[in-house]
Design a protein around this ligand. Structure first.
Ligand SMILES: Nc1ncnc2c1ncn2[C@@H]1O[C@H](COP(=O)(O)OP(=O)(O)O)[C@@H](O)[C@H]1O
Ligand SMILES: [Mg+2]
Length: 523
């Protein structure tokens, strides 16, 4: 898997991150535990199985050390049993471990344990487990004299295992076959133990024991192993639930921050949960409060100024009437009219802002349909075309009055400057797009943005005596941005034969916004 692809799998949420972290730790520690446990279980089982044999061996060594010659041989013979063979000879069957022939850990442990019990030099005891014929520490006697004479009941003879010293099989003859026989007798899971212990007078006590296969894993073993894993899983589950609970307020905070741009008067966040979250929610609520107050203050100030300007304008108008020069008088009165119009527009805008309309589910097709209908009834050339796919026609969260006014302003401009208005509804992913096309002259590129400034009108529009106070597009942008969207103007090149070109106003609004209000109780 390549790195970018891995990156895409990377969890995005805090809870996801921690879940992955926990899971990784869990799997790692669980795997390590199991590996250690399972790795030791085999050794432990075999060590336990070797216990009785070591016990017997220790006793035999002590007894045989006290004897010598024939008596020793005789006792060795007596101490035998089908799965436990002793024979005393001049040479060891097994060599102690050396640099080229190391011993396994279990072999070392057993040897040390024997050496300690018998008070021997630790390396003196040599133990070999499940030897192979090629084992460098194995010294299988090739010739008789070591008590390797073969044949039933031969004194000091080769270990013939099974009931009464020789089983029903062909008695093994060569050393390889002897070893083979032992291993067959032990079975695949069983263990063959070869031990050589020096006796005080230089002779060596050799022992071969076939250990029973270790007991099948104790039924309690698996639960024992599963218990820590279960505990870990439980902890992980609890941690995850707790984490989700702890991070949920963060999600609410993010949603609230998103919403505050659209609805400053949304109800405050509940200030509950862990301390950090509570403080964050509190800070957020205070910020929203201050923002709302700030906006209200500004709107009030705007309204007050506009309102108070009316009185001096009225006085000016009265005085203008007294001017004798008729042309001068007309021009002054025209300017005063314009001023009044601007002030009236500003007042209207401030009033709408202050009204603080609530967000609600708005069907854009319906809203625009009503609007185009009323324009058409007034004799305007307006068309509406809903090109959204059938599955993409959900209502949006909006303030219907404000939206109506914004679109009315755009249609109004299209009529005034472009003769007709064609509205197209489009679905653009998580956006609802409304395009308003006209067939007018469009705008110079540098004016496309400027015309959104309050009272910014092109010289042409002034002299043509079209239009209003120059606040139309400013209101449009204020409303659309207040919904979390935006509006832009663009010149549309002519596309023969139907489209002579003109200006396109493109309004994009968030589509998925159901009127979300966070008053869901803490869950
Ligand atoms: N569809 C349009 N085609 C050409 N010019 C336009 C169009 N819409 C707006 N404008 C220009 O942008 C200016 C500002 O528009 P607006 O804010 O609506 O004010 P108003 O319509 O009151 O003049 C207009 O004066 C006009 O010059
Ligand atoms: Mg206008």
């Amino acid at each position: 898997m390549t790195l970018p692809r891995l990156r895409r799998l990377r969890p995005d949420s805090l809870a996801g991150w921690l879940a992955v972290l926990l899971l990784a730790t869990l799997i790692l520690s669980g795997g390590l535990l199991s590996a250690i446990f399972l790795g030791q279980r085999g050794d432990l089982g075999r060590r336990a199985a070797a216990g009785p044999a070591l016990e017997r061996l220790t006793e035999a060594h002590q007894q045989l050390a006290a004897l010598s010659g024939m008596e020793r041989q005789r006792l060795a013979h007596t101490l035998r049993s089908p799965a436990f063979h002793l024979f005393v000879g001049p040479e060891p069957l097994v060599l102690p471990p050396g640099p080229e022939a190391p011993a396994s850990r279990l072999e070392r442990r057993l040897a040390i344990s024997l050496g300690e019990r018998l008070d021997l030099f630790p390396q003196a005891a040599a133990v070999l487990i499940n030897p192979e014929t090629t084992d460098p520490r194995l010294r299988l006697p090739e010739r008789p004299g070591f008590g390797w004479r073969g044949g039933r009941g031969g004194r000091g003879g080769p270990p013939r295992l099974g009931p009464d010293g020789g089983d029903g099989d062909q008695p093994p003859s060569g050393p390889e076959r002897w070893l083979d026989h032992l291993q067959r007798q032990a079975g695949p899971a069983g263990t063959v133990l070869l031990v050589s212990l020096p006796l005080p007078d230089g002779e060596v006590l050799n022992a071969v024991a076939v250990l029973a296969p270790p007991l099948p894993p104790h039924p309690g073993t698996l639960p024992l192993l599963a218990l820590p894993l279960l505990v870990l899983l439980g902890v992980a589950a609890v941690a995850l639930v707790a984490l989700r609970r702890a991070t949920r307020p963060l999600e609410r905070l993010a949603a609230a921050a998103e919403r505050v741009g659209i609805d400053l008067n949304a109800p405050p966040l509940s200030e509950s949960g862990p301390g950090e979250v509570r403080r964050a929610s509190h800070a957020f609520n205070r910020m929203q409060e201050r923002l709302a107050r700030f906006v209200t203050d500004r709107t009030r100030m705007l309204a007050a100024i506009s309102h108070d300007l009316r009185t001096p304008i009225t006085r000016l108008r009265l005085r203008a009437e007294l001017i004798d020069d008729e042309e001068m008088r007309e021009r002054m009165i025209a300017d005063l009219d314009e001023m009044e119009e601007m002030i009236a527009a500003t007042l209207a805008f401030a009033r709408d802002e202050a009204a603080g309309e609530d967000l609600e589910a708005v069907d854009p097709a319906r809203l625009l349909g009503d609007l185009t209908k009323s324009f058409a009834e007034a004799g305007a050339k307006v068309r509406l075309d809903d090109r959204r796919p059938a599955g993409d026609r959900q209502p949006i969260a909006g303030r219907p009055m404000a939206l109506r006014r914004a679109f009315a302003n755009l249609i109004d401009n299209a009529m005034k400057y472009g003769g007709e208005a064609r509205l197209t509804l489009l679905a653009g992913g998580d956006e609802l797009v409304v395009e308003i096309d006209d067939n007018g002259p469009g705008l110079p590129e540098e004016a496309l943005e400027e015309v959104f400034r309050p009272f910014h009108r092109l010289e042409g529009s002034r002299s043509r005596q079209t239009g209003g106070a120059g606040l139309g597009l400013a209101v449009v942008r204020s409303v659309v941005r207040g919904h979390g969207g935006d509006v832009r103007l663009a010149n549309r090149p002519p596309r023969p034969p139907d489209d002579p070109g003109g200006l396109t106003a493109r309004v994009a609004l968030p589509a998925n916004a159901a009127p979300a209000r966070d008053d869901s109780p803490e869950g």
